[in-house]
Design a protein around this ligand. Structure first.
Ligand code: UD1
Length: 428
C-alpha cells in the first residue's frame, strides 16, 4: 500500500491549479443515464472515485471515452464523453457501490428512465451511519415501490415516476441530486423543499438544463422541476473544487508563504474566507483565482460550526483542525453534519496536538509545534488534514493508507511539491 512521506517546516509559494470538483463530477457523470445522447464533461479530475463510478456506469451500458489525463491538459482537466445509448443492465452491484456512496445516485435516473433498478446499499467513508432513507422516501413519493433485500434496494415504477412535493426534514446533498435527476424525466411537477444549495447542486442543475430539463429555484431551498419526456446530450465543464480550494488555502495558512490558487472562485467557499481572515490569514481574490498569504504574523484560534452550504463545509472541518492545532489560542470546532467525523483527532494527538472532544465539539488548544509521526488516513478529508499537519510538523511524517487521499485529491504530492513542500509518495 502506498505511503506519503513528508518532511515538515517548508513554506509554500507559487501557483497551483485547482481541479474540477469531484463532488460535482460524480452526479454529472450519473446524469448521462438520463439520455440516449452523449454527455461531454470537461475538467473532470483524475481520481479513483471517478474511475470507480465510470466502472459502475460502464456495467450499466454507458460507453465512456476519455481525452487527456489532467497533466498536459492542466487547464481543462480530463474530458469524459459518456453515452448511455442503451441501458443494458439496471443493477449496480455491491462490490462496486460499497466503495463509494455517491454511486447510489444511479438509482433515481435508472428508475426514471428504465422504471426499475437494483442498487446495493452504499459504503464510502466510514464517517457515520449515512443512511439513504431520504433518497428512498423521495422515490416512493414519486410512485416507486421500494423493497430492501439482502443488502440491495429494489426499486420499481412500472408506470413510470410522477411528480411529487418532497419536503426533506434536513438538508441532504445526495438526496437532492437523486431527486432532481429522477424528477427531470418524471410525469408532472416535483417540488423539493429544504433542498441542498451546495454549488455542486447548482452545477448539476445547469447541466440538466442544458440537457433540456425544466428546473427553477437553483441556489434556493425550494427547487421546482417540471418533468419532460426526454432529455438530450450536452457539453458541460465541471465547476472548480471548493474543498480542494479550501484545503490549499489552509495548507498555506499553516506553513506560511504565498500561493495563488488558479481557476477557482471565492464565492464557492463563502464562509471560509471571512473565517480565515478573522484568524489573521491574508486572502485576496484575483482575476486568476484566489491568493493566500501569511508572512510573519501568526494566526489565531476560531469558533466554527459545520453547516450545509453556504455555511462552513464539513468537508473542510478536518483540515481546519489541523491548521488550528498550531494557532495562537483555542479553537472550538463543532461538527453537525456527520456523527463520527473526528477520526483524525487521535492521529493529530500522536503528532503533539492538544485536542479534546466534548460531544460534537472539538476544543483545539494551539501548540507551538507539531512533531512528525507515522499516522494513518481514516477517510478522505481526514487524510488530507494529516498532510497539512505534516507540512508544519518538525521532522518526518509518514501517512499510511493513502488510497483515501487518491479518491479525492488530484496529484496532491505533485502539486505540493511544486509549491516547495518536501513530500514524496513511497510505493508499496
Ligand atoms: C455529500 C458529499 C460529501 C459531503 C456531504 C455533506 C458528494 C459525493 N459527497 O455527501 O463529501 O461531506 O455531502 O456536505 O457530494 N442522511 C440521512 N439520510 C439520507 C441522506 C443523508 O440521514 O437519506 C444524512 C447523512 O448521514 C448525513 C447528512 O444527512 O449525516 C448529510 O448527508 P448528505 O448531504 O446526504 O451527504 P452526501 O450526499 O452523502
Amino acid at each position: 500500500m502506498d505511503r506519503i512521506q513528508i518532511r515538515g517546516g517548508r513554506r509554500l509559494s507559487g501557483d497551483v491549479r485547482i481541479s474540477g470538483a469531484k463532488n460535482a463530477a460524480l452526479p454529472l457523470m450519473v446524469a448521462s443515464l438520463l439520455t440516449d445522447e452523449p454527455l461531454t464533461l470537461a475538467a473532470v479530475p483524475h481520481l479513483t472515485d471517478i474511475s470507480q463510478l465510470a466502472e459502475i456506469l460502464g456495467g450499466l451500458g454507458v460507453g465512456i471515452t476519455m481525452n487527456g489525463n489532467g497533466h498536459a491538459e492542466a487547464e481543462t482537466g480530463r474530458v469524459l464523453k459518456l453515452h448511455a445509448k442503451e441501458i443494458k443492465s439496471t443493477e449496480a452491484p455491491y462490490d462496486l457501490v460499497r466503495k463509494m456512496r455517491a454511486s447510489f445516485l444511479v438509482i433515481g435516473p435508472l428508475v426514471a428512465r428504465c422504471h426499475e433498478a437494483k442498487v446495493s446499499l452504499p459504503g464510502g467513508c466510514a464517517i457515520g451511519t449515512r443512511p439513504v432513507d431520504l433518497h428512498l422516501k423521495a422515490l416512493e413519493a414519486m410512485g416507486a415501490e421500494i423493497e430492501l433485500k439482502e443488502g440491495y434496494v429494489y426499486a420499481r415504477a412500472p408506470k413510470g415516476l410522477h411528480g411529487a412535493r418532497v419536503a426533506f426534514p434536513f438538508v441532504s446533498v445526495g438526496a437532492t441530486e437523486n431527486l432532481m435527476m429522477a424528477a427531470a424525466l418524471a410525469k408532472g411537477t416535483t417540488v423539493i423543499e429544504n433542498a441542498a444549495m451546495e454549488p455542486e447542486i447548482t452545477d448539476l442543475g445547469h447541466c440538466l438544463q442544458k440537457m433540456g430539463a425544466k428546473i427553477e429555484g437553483l441556489d434556493t431551498r425550494t427547487i421546482t422541476i417540471e418533468g419532460v419526456d426526454r432529455l438530450h446530450g450536452a457539453n458541460h465543464t465541471v465547476l472548480p473544487d471548493r474543498i480542494e480550494t479550501g484545503t490549499y488555502l489552509m495548507a498555506v495558512a499553516a506553513t506560511g508563504g504565498e500561493v495563488e490558487l488558479l481557476g477557482t472562485r471565492g464565492d464557492l467557499i463563502g464562509a471560509v474566507i471571512p473565517l480565515m481572515r478573522e484568524a489573521g490569514v491574508t486572502i485576496d481574490e484575483t482575476n486568476r483565482g484566489i491568493k493566500v498569504s501569511r508572512n510573519g504574523a501568526h494566526f489565531t484560534g476560531v469558533e466554527v460550526t459545520t453547516e450545509p452550504y453556504p455555511g462552513f463545509p464539513t468537508d473542510l472541518q478536518a483540515q481546519l483542525m489541523a491548521l488550528m492545532s498550531t494557532a495562537n489560542g483555542t479553537s472550538h470546532i463543532s461538527e453537525t453534519i456527520f456523527e463520527n467525523r473526528f477520526m483524525h483527532v487521535p492521529e493529530l494527538l500522536r503528532m503533539g496536538a492538544d485536542i479534546t472532544i466534548d460531544h460534537q465539539t472539538a476544543v483545539v488548544r494551539g501548540v507551538e509545534k507539531l512533531r512528525g509521526a507515522p499516522v494513518m488516513a481514516t477517510d478522505l478529508r481526514a487524510s488530507v488534514s494529516l498532510i497539512i499537519a505534516a507540512l508544519t510538523a518538525e521532522g518526518e511524517t509518514t501517512v499510511n493508507r493513502v488510497y483515501h487521499l487518491d479518491r479525492g485529491f488530484e496529484r496532491i504530492e505533485e502539486k505540493l511539491s511544486a509549491l516547495g513542500a518536501d513530500i514524496k509518495r513511497v510505493k508499496g
